[in-house]
Structures are given as structure tokens and as C-alpha cells.
Design a protein around this ligand. Structure first.
Ligand code: FES
Length: 137
């Protein structure tokens, strides 16, 4: 394999430095970030109201946080671990609603893609099957 074949394509990868401090980035259809220093790639559409999760962030617990109403996802299995705090333009307490959304989201976890780190870039795999082993390779 020559060096060009080992170099990640910019359109399918992101620099590790762009993911510092809980930042996430869009790579194709996927939201890429670091959770507990491990790269991940998941669907970019929130299961609540379809916000672009690549505009969100990773919190101190390693969860992906939606930018609209703060739903939190465990990127290891794609499941929503905390429902939204609000809906449409409202942002605030909504405990019953939050629990309801979390309950239905159980059946719609974020799909995941394997990732790999080469040099200073994180690449998203092109496998069509969802990863069942944690998403990283
Ligand atoms: S759209 Fe993501 S929490 Fe509402």
C-alpha cells in the first residue's frame, strides 16, 4: 500500500484537534467527536425534533448533547440517556415530556459507524452495516 492510500480523505475525516474540548463535527452524514478520548461517529439527526447533532457538543460524561433542547446520548450504543428539556422554541422544565421522549427514543437509537485514527485525523468507516461492537475499529 502506498502512502496516498493510507492518507485519510478530508471529506471523510476530521482533524483530531477540531474535536478538542467536547467539540463535534460533521463528516458526511455523521457526527464525529471524542467521548472519553475515544472517537465516535453517529447519526446527525436528534431523535426528538431532528436537530443537527453536529452542532452539539460532548459533555463531561462523554455524552453527545443536542444543541436544541439538550437531549443526551450515550455514543457507545446510540441510546438517549436523558430526554429533551423543552420542545419547539420552549427551553425549560418538562419532566413528563422529557421522560416520554426518552421512552420512545429507546426504540430509535442513533446509528453508529466505525471510526479510525490515522495520523492526526479521525476517519469514518464506509461500512453500510451498523456497528454492533461499540463503533470503533
Ligand atoms: S431536537 Fe434534540 S433535544 Fe430537541
Amino acid at each position: 500500500m502506498d502512502d496516498d492510500a493510507k492518507t485519510p480523505t478530508p471529506g471523510t475525516s476530521v482533524p483530531l484537534s477540531a474535536l478538542a474540548g467536547g467539540a463535534v463535527r460533521r463528516v458526511g452524514a455523521w457526527t464525529v467527536g471524542l467521548s472519553r478520548d475515544e472517537p465516535f461517529a453517529v447519526d446527525s439527526r436528534c431523535r426528538h425534533q431532528l436537530a443537527d447533532l453536529s452542532k452539539g457538543s460532548v459533555d463531561a460524561d462523554g455524552c453527545l448533547v443536542c444543541p436544541w433542547h439538550g437531549a443526551r446520548y450515550d455514543v457507545r450504543d446510540g441510546r438517549m440517556v436523558q430526554g429533551p428539556r423543552g420542545f419547539f422554541g420552549y427551553h425549560g422544565p418538562s419532566r413528563g415530556y422529557r421522560d416520554l421522549v426518552k421512552a420512545y427514543a429507546r426504540f430509535l437509537p442513533l446509528r453508529r459507524r466505525p471510526t479510525s485514527v490515522r495520523g492526526d485525523r479521525v476517519s469514518v468507516g464506509t461500512d453500510s452495516a451498523d456497528s454492533a461492537d461499540g463503533g470503533n475499529s
